[in-house]
Design a protein around this ligand. Structure first.
Ligand code: C5P
Length: 221
């Protein structure tokens, strides 16, 4: 069996990257976190004081920006123009603003092109919002992960505790809901389940159970 493409989409904090990494590791595939690319661009735009509603200005920034996703022993490393921004792109400021950058059609067009190039050799697990619908419409396996907003906020909250970050469940819930609202309602490739995607509700499943579901779908190919 040749190498295939696996697309994992779904709302914010549904566990996409966690399971995508496990599946990629099990299959010895590469993992591509497309959200990290939008986050890196958002970080740069913020640092340059760009108006995030100005799609022309952001596109201008993107055209002069190199975003690299590297796999290291410690996990995925995100390089923005050669600088390690792996942690910085997860900061609150970037998280609350990234959907405003990602809603612009011209930005998405350029990002999708870069992502398609990265996935060219197959043997890839890619996660995001529009992978099954736009980036890899012919992916052999498409998964749409969902979970209740309460569960997603709870997982983020517990993740934060492990990282030593204090956060409020209510705030997390609000931030997740707001991001989903913008991602779902934008005109350019909104967050939506692809017709041929398998929906997996992870609310009461463990990470390994979710990964198992995906590997089962892969085995059927
Ligand atoms: O996956 P993550 O939560 O890190 O993504 C951050 C944001 O990037 C999303 O809320 C969304 O606005 C945007 N995004 C997107 N399309 C993708 C991946 C992420 O619009 N394929």
């Amino acid at each position: 069996k040749g190498n295939i493409a696996i697309a994992i989409d779904g709302p914010a904090a549904a566990g996409k990257s966690t399971v995508a990494k496990i599946v990629a590791e099990k299959l010895s595939y590469i993992y591509i976190d497309t959200g990290a690319m939008y986050r890196a661009l958002t970080l740069k735009a913020i640092n340059q004081g760009i108006d995030l509603e100005n799609d022309q200005a952001i596109l201008e920034v993107l055209m002069h920006t190199v975003i690299e996703l590297k796999q290291s022993e410690a996990g995925q490393v995100v390089l923005l123009d050669g600088k390690d921004v792996t942690n910085e792109i997860r900061f609150q400021d970037v998280t609350t603003k990234v959907s405003h950058v990602a809603k612009h059609a011209s930005i998405r067009e350029e990002m999708v092109q870069r992502q398609q190039e990265m996935a060219n050799d197959r043997g890839v697990v890619m996660d995001g919002r529009d992978i099954g619908t736009h980036v890899l419409p012919d992916a052999e396996v498409k998964i749409f992960l969902i979970a209740s907003v309460e569960e997603r906020a709870k997982r983020r909250y517990e993740e934060n505790i492990k990282k030593g970050i204090a956060s409020s469940m209510e705030e997390l819930k609000k931030e997740i809901e707001e991001r989903d609202r913008i991602d779902t309602n934008r005109e350019a490739s909104p967050l939506i389940k692809a017709k041929d995607a398998i929906e997996v509700d992870t609310t009461s499943l463990s990470i390994n159970e979710v990964a198992g579901e995906i590997l089962k779908a892969v085995a059927k190919i």
